[in-house]
Design a binder for this molecule. Structure first.
Ligand SMILES: NC(=O)c1ccc[n+]([C@@H]2O[C@H](COP(=O)([O-])OP(=O)(O)OC[C@H]3O[C@@H](n4cnc5c(N)ncnc54)[C@H](OP(=O)(O)O)[C@@H]3O)[C@@H](O)[C@H]2O)c1
Length: 325
């Protein structure tokens, strides 16, 4: 399936419709050969955008080291053809400076992430979250200075609530370091950001990058017959808890799986295509634990457009499940 690229907000950047995230399965607790194979398969299939953060592992930081190793051994010569992001803002090291969105945390984190990946610069560096404590001016000034120092080409924000999202855009715009990307969680099971944040991002010329498009695996056929041992929900290091695999979600996934079958595709491909049907979305960042998962997710690129009836049926299946604030 040939990769398609979308223009990112009010900028000259294009991103692949499907990107690869290294949150799970790329740490030093994971199999390096498998991690390397997934990165290479992504690259060979036109995925030039890789999403990192300082804390991805486990252990925290080790996904960036894995990424750096693959760059050194395999992909480094393609650096200018790649778009690589990292972030800071979640707990990374002990003490009061290893968490949150302070200038101290962001600047030190960006330097450490560059060392771990062996890169000279990131294409985009994100504030991973609004921490509710640090003045937004401080966090944005740190991003502006990271960009001005050449450690990142662009600035981005992740998971900012609507009010703080707008303040962030305004500060960045005034400093002539506009927000290239806004990263939000969204899926058929989780439409809160679609309702609350997407329009604001678009109006402000920011591209939108969606994470956890498969609701961490729930929007696949993986959990339809229980929790498999080789799943994120069964993994003690996995962010998805067994308690998140509720009967209601499985029932909804079962119904969605039937709709996907009628469309002649997998539930995973349909879930990704559903997000890409929103033209405000620049790219959907998928996770994977194997090359075959990644390949099956790439089939979303060949999905047929949704009919109005399919959209209504999908909405009715998830009614009541959807997270609304
Ligand atoms: N900004 C933020 O705060 C933030 C937060 C979270 C994530 N992210 C970014 O978004 C990326 C993606 O998030 P995510 O990993 O939660 O995305 P996801 O695509 O919703 O979930 C990925 C997981 O689903 C399972 N899966 C994927 N494809 C499958 C298939 N075809 N069939 C069956 N199972 C399949 C795999 O888990 P198992 O096989 O292990 O069960 C895989 O690791 C992250 O890597 C990260 O870069 C950003």
């Amino acid at each position: 399936m040939e990769m398609k690229y979308r223009k990112c907000g009010y900028s000259g950047i294009f991103l692949p419709e499907i990107s690869l995230g290294l949150w799970h399965n790329f740490g030093n607790a994971d199999d390096y050969i498998n991690a390397r194979s997934m990165m290479l398969a992504a690259w060979e299939n036109g995925i030039c955008h890789f999403d990192l953060a300082n804390n991805y592992g486990p252990t925290p930081g080790s996904a960036e080291e894995t990424f750096g190793k693959v760059m050194k051994e395999d992909l480094g010569r393609h650096r200018d053809e790649m778009f690589i992001s990292s972030k800071a803002g979640h707990r990374m090291w002990p003490g009061v400076y290893g968490d949150g969105s302070s200038r101290k945390n962001l600047i030190a984190s960006c330097d450490a992430s560059l060392r771990r990946t062996g890169l000279e610069y990131f294409d985009v560096f994100y504030s991973h979250r609004y921490d509710g404590v640090t003045p937004i001016e401080e966090t944005m000034q740190a991003l502006i200075d990271i960009v001005r120092s050449g450690k990142a080409l662009y600035a981005g924000i992740s998971k900012y609530p609507p009010k703080e999202q707008q303040i962030a855009y305004d500060i960045l715009k005034e400093a002539h370091v506009p927000c290239l990307l806004s990263q939000y969680r969204a899926s058929i099971f989780d439409t809160q950001a679609i309702n609350e944040n997407f329009e604001k991002a678009s109006e402000n010329g920011s591209g939108i990058v969606v994470f956890s498009p498969l609701a961490q695996g729930l929007l696949t056929d993986k959990y339809l017959h229980g929790i498999p041992v080789n799943s994120r929900a069964a993994n003690p290091n996995g962010f998805l808890q067994e308690s998140d695999v509720t009967q209601e979600k499985i029932e909804a996934a079962r119904k969605l799986n039937e709709i996907a079958k009628e469309r002649g595709e997998s539930l995973a491909a349909m879930a990704i295509a559903w997000l890409l049907a929103d033209r405000r979305v620049t790219s959907v960042i998928v996770g994977a634990s194997s090359v075959s998962q990644l390949q099956s997710n790439l089939k979303a690129l060949g999905s047929s457009p949704f009919t109005d009836e399919e959209m209504i049926t999908i909405a009715s299946v998830t009614k009541g499940l959807i997270k609304e604030s």
